[in-house]
Design a protein around this ligand. Structure first.
Ligand code: SIN
Length: 378
């Protein structure tokens, strides 16, 4: 735990909540000097090098999904968090734009489900990208334009669709998981010592500058022996990783564009949260986003497609102020199956919120509205 956090909390109190509020505060802005930055020199007393398995993924396989050779990844563990692995942007130069475009253009498409489906008709949410690109391609004008659908997007679910009300998955609420994201995830998992990982459920979170994600544990999956993977693109965020109880003060770390986090083993069920979104440091801003063309040597075998100039104009405008995070999970272990659930309840006009926040346990709350990805108790 960082010195500042240690000095802020008394024994027995909800340390996570206190530190979450500290980093969420806007006025005055929080002191970020205690936030770990894996893209820079890291303190050797708390950060260790993570052991990867470079033989698990060949260089060609890695390049197919836009990743550097595993031996070139900068991967870290944290003292006191066994099973937690932070991979500082393992993407090849020029390859993040493909994944950003998938998050903004492809994955929000049907049959995947998003927050807008909760209070809009299927025809209204059918082509979120197409309905948004005109406004997003034009340079911002002086007066405030109405928000596009893309800017109102808060979450998308893939594969087994997470039910925010019951906090469960069900056998009959499933659509095919995207093959490209499955391949990316299985390679990251294999390199981290989890061969045979099956990407079965995904949650994409879309963060606007004022968004935050409340304190929660991801425990709805039936098999907790499989890791949870997290991919970040666009603006940076402060991520808080706590313990198994809210009294454990969390460690704060930056997540920059391209960073990948793996929560496995004893770290799979830890409390975590995102209190704030912040602009990336200067050296990250031009990122490798500018070069959105794929290396020509890759073009035959890659699952990735070239991102057109027009698509990139929209994506880059979006991520100039926003962050997208994808978490990927294996839901079922060998021999496990999910229950079937009755068909979803009819949508009513009052349905503005999906999922509910359990104040006692700190489980997550999702909003289908436009103000925050997720909110925390005040
Ligand atoms: C999550 O915990 O579900 C997402 C975390 C993040 O946005 O980094």
């Amino acid at each position: 735990m960082a010195k500042m956090a240690a000095s802020m909390v008394g024994s027995g109190e909800d340390a996570f909540r206190k530190i979450f509020k500290f980093y969420k505060r806007r006025n005055p802005p929080p002191d970020l000097s205690d936030v770990l930055d894996f893209s820079k020199a890291v303190p050797s007393d708390t950060v260790v090098l993570a052991e990867l398995d470079p033989a698990a993924v060949s260089d060609v396989e890695a390049a197919r999904v836009g990743l550097k050779p595993v031996r070139d990844w900068r991967a870290f563990g944290l003292q006191g968090y066994p099973g937690f692995i932070f991979i500082s942007n393992p993407f090849l130069l020029g390859c993040q734009p493909f994944w950003v475009r998938q998050c903004l253009k492809t994955y929000p498409q049907k049959p995947n489900i998003c927050n807008l489906d909760m209070h809009m008709s299927p025809s209204d949410t059918e082509d979120i990208w197409g309905k948004s690109i005109h406004a997003l391609s034009c340079p911002p004008s002086g007066k405030r334009e109405p928000q596009t659908l893309l800017e109102k997007l808060r979450w998308v679910t893939l594969g087994y669709h997470y039910n925010w009300d019951t906090k469960m998955y069900s056998a009959n609420h499933y659509t095919p998981f995207p093959a490209d994201l499955h391949l990316l995830s299985s390679q990251i998992a294999a390199a981290c010592g989890f061969p045979g990982f099956k990407a079965e459920a995904g949650i994409l979170n879309y963060y606007r500058p004022n968004s935050s994600l409340g304190i929660h544990v991801d425990e709805s999956e039936l098999d907790h022996s499989r890791p949870l993977l997290s991919f970040s693109f666009g603006q940076s965020a402060v991520f808080l990783l706590g313990g198994t109880v809210r009294q454990d003060p969390p460690t704060a770390m930056y997540m920059h564009s391209g960073d990948v986090m793996v929560m496995s083993g004893q770290s799979r069920l830890l409390y975590h949260a995102v209190p704030c979104i912040i602009p990336p440091p200067q050296e990250h801003t031009t990122l490798d986003m500018a070069g959105c063309s794929l290396a020509s040597s890759l073009q035959d075998s890659t699952v990735m497609e070239q991102v057109s100039k027009q698509d990139w104009t929209v994506c880059s405008r979006y991520i100039q102020s926003s962050r997208v995070n994808m978490t990927v999970r294996q839901v079922l272990g060998p021999g496990q199956s999910l229950p079937e659930t009755p068909a979803c309840h009819e949508r009513t006009d009052e349905d503005q919120t999906v999922g509910c926040h359990d104040r006692e346990s700190g489980k997550r709350k999702r909003s289908s509205g436009c103000d925050s990805v997720d909110t925390i108790e005040t």
